[in-house]
Design a protein around this ligand. Structure first.
Ligand SMILES: [Cu+2]
Length: 118
């Protein structure tokens, strides 16, 4: 075998190895993200949650008390308003498309919590 063909062969092998071994650089996006907020006598628990932009979110709200004014949950930026029956989890689905801080509030726009979209 001539020297030049050996060089070519080595190059081709190296190229193949590099292409074959290069992992996908971007970590695959999850299909869905979930979070849960429980409404207790202390209010929202937790009071804030983090979400990833562009990933469909399923946020469960569970009201476990009659002692607060939170009987409905409102996500003003997403035009969502849902009743929260006592002890019945309510799953709210939406996709955060922008980064930033978004509130969720009670039906009277008083008690509020934060969703941080990153
Ligand atoms: Cu209220």
């Amino acid at each position: 075998m001539r020297r030049s063909s050996i060089v070519w062969l080595s190059c081709a092998l190296l190229f193949g190895v590099l292409v074959g071994l290069t992992p996908e650089r971007t970590v695959a996006k999850p299909r869905v993200q979930t979070a849960k907020i429980v409404i207790t006598t202390k209010g929202y628990q937790p009071t804030s949650l983090k979400l990833r932009r562009g990933v469909p979110a399923r946020v469960t709200f569970l009201r476990t008390t009659d002692a607060t004014c939170v009987k409905e949950i409102v996500l003003p930026d997403f035009n969502i308003r849902r009743a929260l029956p006592l002890n019945a989890p309510v799953v709210i689905g939406f996709t955060p498309t922008r980064k930033g801080s978004f509130t969720f509030v009670c039906g009277m726009n008083m008690m509020s919590g934060q969703m941080i979209v990153q």
